[in-house]
Design a protein around this ligand. Sequence first.
Ligand code: PDD
Length: 295
Amino acid sequence: MKKWSATGNPTGRIAYVNGRYLPHAQAGVHIEDRALQLGDGIYEVTNVIDGQPIDEEPHLDRMERSLRELGMDMPMGRAALKLVMREMIARNRIANGLLYLQVTRGAARRDHVPPKNPPRPTLILTMRAQDMAALAVRMEKGIAVSTQPDVRWGRCDIKTVQLLPNLLAKQAAKQAGAFEAWLVDDDGYVTEGGSTNAWIVDGEGHVITRDLSSAILPGVTRKIMLDAMAAAQVKVVERKFTVTEALGAREAFISSATGAAVPVVTIDGKPIGDGRPGPVTRRIRDLYAEKAGIK
Ligand code: PDD
């Protein structure tokens, strides 16, 4: 018998904080945790399907890289961390959900300069069920995006918890009736979504997504999709594209651990292609699912 259910643990959600599994409502960190004081921390989100973390290794690779960029090590060995992830899935009894991992530099007297003797890093894991019905509707009907200026910093390749520009852009997008914000740089090029990578399909069926740089997050879903497309000989170009080009595209979509290849059907209220999810997006979703081992 499986240890999880569709709705999760009937006695409530469980969080993990520095070695302890606690009821979600009682879990907390110190008020001088550097993530709280200074945004000095990084995170990862992995999808969990049928009780299994999806794209686990590349997520942990990126976590390690983000930490390295902050001059930090992984808070525990990878095998141990994978056990904590599995324990979280089991204790929360969530079959289909999202596992959130956060590492901060720990609690120390507030000072911008990281302490010479680093405190014990804070490791937090939380989990929640994914609304599969809502996701299915987004896949089926597609989503609206709203363009917003990209006012973020110069190291968007680090998955830091400092998300104010992202959340303000997503809030503005929501107010405009859209599900996601597409962030646009000073030259009119789309960088990425507020919490997703951005893709278009041109008139010849070529798939286009922005090339990796410090301007975007190296999405794990993006990477697995690119690998899957290369294997299937789908023509892909990694380059930047403007909002004008996106408006003239045949299809558009977003990618993230929270929903692979979700079709974009309007940008700022204007339809993309025939205004409905298209076949290339669907194919990429299927290729991704196969590559990621999702049935
Ligand atoms: N967001 N770009 C940004 C800015 C993101 O925050 C994310 C992920 C992505 C997609 O990356 P991936 O394919 O590895 O999920 C791109 C997560 C889901 C979040 O913040 O909740």
